[in-house]
Design a protein around this ligand. Structure first.
Ligand code: IMP
Ligand code: MG
Length: 180
């Protein structure tokens, strides 16, 4: 895309300070629920890279491990379909581990439904979902995240790891993107 003819505006939906406050609460919940368990956090690239980094530094579980996966859903832009492919697989053996999938946002629910099944089938002891954002109005399959930062309305958001065409991931807060 030629940047010069891309006209857009950004409206802050969740400022950095609010994200931080919620992070502390989520981390406390996870610490309480998983203390003494063999925990593996699996961050979903690229979108979850900021949230993953923020949450794992606040959770207090000695010996917790980290891994990453990268998936893509068929199609591009703002539309997702149920057609998911793995672009980067797990490196760690999840067998017997309590896995927490860390995701930026749940939209249709296809990605996390797929990933939860995928990791469960590799004999994890348990698999739960931790997402910073949820758009429940957009759900196409039944899926309720176990830990959720914020439920948001049906709008396209960027920042805090989330992109539009690989842009805006570095914004510190969550913003609604409007393309003119
Ligand atoms: P799902 O499979 O439809 O739940 O899609 C989840 C993925 O779609 C997320 O991991 C994001 O990459 C992308 N996505 C969904 N909504 C948004 C949004 O508002 N902004 C940026 N990416 C989004
Ligand atoms: Mg994503």
């Amino acid at each position: 895309m030629d940047k010069s003819d891309f006209k857009y505006s950004l409206e802050v939906l969740i400022p950095q300070e609010e994200l931080k406050k919620r992070l502390e609460e989520l981390a406390a919940e996870i610490t309480r629920d998983y203390k003494d368990k063999d925990v593996l956090f699996v961050g979903i690239l690229k979108g979850a890279f900021v949230f993953m980094s923020d949450i794992v530094r606040r959770v207090d579980i000695p010996g917790a491990r980290l891994d990453f996966m990268m998936v893509s859903s068929y199609g591009s832009g703002t539309v997702t379909s149920g057609n998911i492919t793995i672009k980067k697989d797990l490196e760690m053996n999840v067998e017997g581990k309590h896995v927490i999938i860390v995701e930026d946002i749940v939209d249709s629910g296809f990605t996390l439904t797929y990933l939860k099944k995928y990791i469960t089938n590799r004999n994890a002891a348990s698999v739960k979902i931790c997402t910073m954002l949820d758009k429940p109005d957009r759900r196409q399959v039944e899926l309720v995240p176990d830990y959720c930062g914020f439920s948001i309305p049906d709008a396209f958001v960027v920042g805090y790891g989330l992109d539009y065409d690989e842009m805006f991931r570095q914004l510190p807060g969550v913003c609604i993107l409007k393309i003119e």
